[in-house]
Design a protein around this ligand. Structure first.
Ligand code: SAM
Length: 389
């Protein structure tokens, strides 16, 4: 476990979040999820038509003397969040009509840059028992960065795949937390506002990376911490009430993080702007050498103009592979391999290596290579020896 300021990561710390946030270093957090008190201002008990009592949010932690007191509290914790958030990070704040507009205005005043408001559409909302208003069937999540020009994390393609290859929209249809997921203690809900795991799954998956530090200033039953742990992120959570911390720690004990290979964002991998000709020019692929299909059944010779020849077929890496597969089109990058030290190495991997070495826009650590197989010295088509082929 690492430490951030004085806090151990992967722990829930008891106390007032405003005071605890002050102890975190500047620019130290990758993702913040905040589910603050709603300031619901509920008066008295609420009963169903059959006179059973409604389990409403009337906890002490949700009581503020006035709107001004609530605003002041929000200014304090949000300005600390702004300070601790990295420029590559982002913040999510969830709320209802009671507080979200006030929170949104305060966020803008603090220079947060709003990216989206996500509407969590509750597929199984509580009815409006009195029948005096519309059924309140959603909550709003504000997603924002530290500043307008922040370089934030967003796994766009993963979200699209999650939504059956359609752009993920800003209305998320998710049921409220119920059944086995709802944590109970002595038959009672352990926390009145436990959020559904799916909500945090989308938030953390879409806007953070494996190993990132996720902060929740209002931990409650520990939903953020639980999903962060499951998704291989680190977390720090703050909570005022010791009872909720106990609930959350019991919950966390039962969670096993997913294995890293399952968490990698393979779909997000950007293709390098490197042509097959570039590989030849730098000697990654040599003129006259043989390329192989993965099963070794197909072969082609590399010609000086970057085309391939396979018996009487001549064309680009794509065209020749397509003809061999009797297809209209094919991606030659995933079809062809070179042989290095007796090992088949994808030409696709060579182009990532090329980009890492010769372009300066690839972040270190993004990809791992078959070290020692690709040329380490400067080689070009001009100076490699024919016997290297
Ligand atoms: C809306 S609930 C969060 C629920 C949580 N997202 C979950 O899924 O269980 C807000 C929580 O913040 C806690 N809280 C309220 N004011 C706080 C403060 N100033 N510092 C730390 N925690 C606070 C409350 O005790 C409550 O558990």
């Amino acid at each position: 476990m690492t430490k951030i300021g004085e806090f151990q990561t992967n722990s829930i710390i008891q106390g007032d979040c405003v005071e605890l946030l002050k102890k975190l270093p500047d620019n130290s957090v990758d993702l913040i999820f905040a589910d603050p008190p709603y300031n619901l201002q509920l008066n008295g008990e609420l009963y169903r038509p059959n006179q059973t009592k409604v389990d409403a949010v009337n906890d002490e932690w949700d009581k503020f003397d006035s709107m001004q007191v609530y605003d002041e509290f929000c200014k304090q914790w949000l300005s600390e969040c702004h300070r601790v958030l990295k420029n590559t990070g982002s913040i999510w704040v969830i709320g209802t009509y009671h507080n979200i507009f006030r929170v949104g205005a305060i966020m803008q005043d603090l220079d947060f840059w709003l990216l989206n408001d996500i509407i969590w559409v509750k597929t199984n909302p509580m009815p409006n028992f009195k029948g005096t208003r519309f059924n309140n069937a959603h909550e709003t999540l504000i997603w924002a960065t530290k500043s307008k020009n922040a370089n934030y994390t967003f796994h766009y393609h993963s979200m699209k795949v999650m939504n059956d290859d359609l752009q993920m929209r800003s209305d998320w249809l998710i049921p409220i937390c119920s059944g086995k997921e709802r944590i109970k203690v002595n038959g009672q809900k352990a926390h009145s506002t436990q959020k559904p795991a799916e909500l945090l799954y989308r938030v953390i998956l879409s806007t953070s990376n494996i190993g990132d530090l996720v902060l929740d200033p209002f931990s409650g039953s520990g939903t953020t911490a639980a999903i962060a742990k499951r998704l291989g992120r680190r977390f720090i959570a703050f909570e005022k009430e010791p009872f909720y911390i106990k609930v959350a720690n019991d919950r966390l004990d039962k969670i096993t993080p997913l294995e890293t290979p399952l968490l990698e964002y393979k779909i997000e991998k950007r293709k390098p702007k490197v042509s097959f000709g570039n590989l030849i020019e730098k000697g990654y692929v040599k003129i006259g050498e043989t390329l192989f299909s993965k099963d070794g059944k197909n072969m082609a010779t590399v010609l000086a103009d970057s085309s391939l020849q396979s018996e009487d077929l001549v064309g680009s890496i794509h065209k020749v592979s397509a003809r061999l597969l009797k297809k209209e089109n094919n991606n030659g990058w995933s079809f062809w391999y070179v042989k290095r030290d007796g090992v088949l190495l994808s030409i696709d991997e060579l182009r990532y290596h090329y980009e890492k070495k010769y372009h300066n826009n690839r972040k270190d650590g993004e990809i791992s290579f078959h070290q020692n197989i690709v040329p380490e010295h400067e080689v070009t088509f001009e100076n490699y020896e024919h016997n290297e082929l």
